[in-house]
Design a protein around this ligand. Structure first.
Ligand code: ADP
Ligand code: ASP
Ligand code: MG
Length: 443
């Protein structure tokens, strides 16, 4: 067996008890050479993630409000972890340094990244592994994207010197101003998954294990559907669709580094290591038996702008004019289902913030439509499955299930890849719609 890279999420490292489970997993598998920890997450539903508390510290400093009370919560959590694990590391010294830097106006990204940094120091000490700071091996380019060539070659050459190492997740070094002078930059939230994938790629791992608090990717969000079935094998493409659409057990961007070289990902449960988990691979046999889907996921808070104009299909450049309005306003869109005389623009509310009225005015003046209608409070739901293209009647079954529940479908978009059907429903119907779809396909 080759090298394994194992990433552990926030709940897997939320306190000493959880960290001991992680230690046990690693010590029972000598192939795990590189470990990527997140910051301590929630110990229970009402708890705080360390990362959120760090963001809060930064906001306090920015608004010139004392942050000692918030920092004390962070401080005490790390201290009790170290004490309960019986470690010798002088974490107090590192905490003091972090606090001082935050006080002196450290950046938001630097501040947030310290959750992983401190946890990485502790885990490395516990396991007796080397500590490698990702700021020295993960580089972002001036567009804020990972400079993959530079990063992979740095990971490769640095890791050669470490037989076993802990590399904190979630951050690297940016070169955004082009000066070459590095500043800490974080990935998007949940981004330790991406770090793990990059390390796996750099060391040419045989497998990238992603340890979390569920026994793999489930066919639906367990917060919405009771006891959803686990998925044993899924393709990178299906996973990307589901993860992007809300099945955020794995960050949707985490597949890119490993997919290119075909390193499989395995999602496993830290609390139930004996469960088989989910394997993510390039190809899997299509599920052809009638009616089977791979999973369903969804996201809330979208607005649909429906533009209608008779003979739009004959008007050259209509779509381009419409989209250039979004571009000029710095808005990216999610989907654009179209008919002969209509185009719908599906846009995340966060993109539209404060811009909707202006966009509508510009559409009216520059595209001269017959009507423009705005549907706020929308949710999108993706039903995904590599077997869908081969199975007739999937769409029929989906829509009759929704119809029977009295759920109005406001938008339909079947991806050209034919591995997903995306629908738009009103937010208040979101959970009910997911349950109805799940029930229609899973017996
Ligand atoms: P970690 O802290 O380990 O990175 P996350 O909270 O990011 O864990 O992801 C795991 C969570 O993802 C689960 O606890 C579950 O609530 C949620 N989740 C949403 N959709 C799904 C799904 N389809 N399958 C599994 N988990 C899901
Ligand atoms: N700690 C970071 C977050 O809360 C990154 C991660 O957990 O993956 O978003
Ligand atoms: Mg996560």
């Amino acid at each position: 067996m080759g090298i394994k890279v194992a990433k552990f999420g926030g709940t897997s490292l939320a306190n000493a008890e959880q960290i001991k489970k992680v230690q046990n997993i690693i010590e029972n598998d000598s192939n795990i050479k590189y470990v990527v920890p997140s910051a301590p997450g929630k110990r229970n539903k009402d708890d705080n993630k360390i990362t959120d508390l760090l963001y809060l510290c930064h906001a306090h400093v920015k608004n010139e409000i004392p942050f000692d009370d918030v920092f004390k919560i962070i401080h005490d959590r790390y201290i009790s972890i170290v004490r309960e694990l019986g470690l010798n590391i002088n974490i107090e010294k590192y905490l003091d340094e972090v606090k001082k830097n935050i006080e002196n106006g450290a950046s938001k990204d630097y501040t947030a990244s310290r959750g992983e940094y401190l946890n990485g120091l502790i885990i490395a000490e516990l396991l007796g592994f080397d500590f490698v700071d990702p700021a020295d091996i993960i580089f972002f380019d001036k567009n804020g994207r990972v400079d993959m060539n530079k990063t992979i070659s740095a990971v490769r050459s640095v890791m050669k010197k470490h037989e076993k190492a802990v590399i904190p997740g979630f951050y690297g070094t940016s070169n955004e101003d082009g000066s070459g002078e590095g500043k800490v930059k974080t990935f998007p939230r949940g981004g330790s998954d991406i770090t793990g994938a990059i390390i796996a790629r750099g060391v040419n791992a045989e497998i990238y294990e992603n340890w979390t608090d569920v026994s793999g990717l489930l066919m639906a969000d367990p917060k919405i559907v009771k006891d959803p079935k686990p998925i044993d094998t899924i393709t990178y493409r299906e996973l990307r669709e589901l993860a992007y659409m809300g099945a955020n057990v794995l960050h949707d961007e985490a597949i890119f580094p490993v997919r290119e070289v075909g390193i499989p990902i395995k999602i496993k449960n830290t609390n139930k290591p004996e469960d088989p988990g989910t394997l993510i691979v390039q190809d899997a046999a299509p599920i052809t038996h009638s009616g089977t889907i791979t999973g369903v996921a969804g996201k809330k808070d979208f607005t649909v702008i429906m533009v209608e104009k008779a003979l739009m299909n004959k008007e050259l450049g209509y779509g381009r004019r419409l989209l250039s309005i979004l571009e000029a306003n710095g808005i990216s869109f999610e989907h654009m289902p179209s008919g002969i005389d209509t185009i719908s623009l599906v846009i995340a509310d966060s993109e539209l913030e404060g811009k909707l009225d202006k966009v509508i005015m510009e559409i009216k003046s520059e595209c001269n439509p017959d009507t423009v209608e705005v549907y706020p409070n929308m949710a999108l739901i993706a039903t995904v499955g590599r077997g869908m293209a081969y199975t007739p009647g999937i769409a029929g079954r989906l829509f009759s299930a929704l119809g029977n529940e009295g759920i109005n479908v406001r938008m339909i978009d079947q991806g050209s890849s034919e591995i997903n059907i995306i629908i738009g429903v009103e937010i208040e119907d979101f959970e009910r719609a997911i349950r109805a779809i799940y029930k229609a396909f899973v017996k």
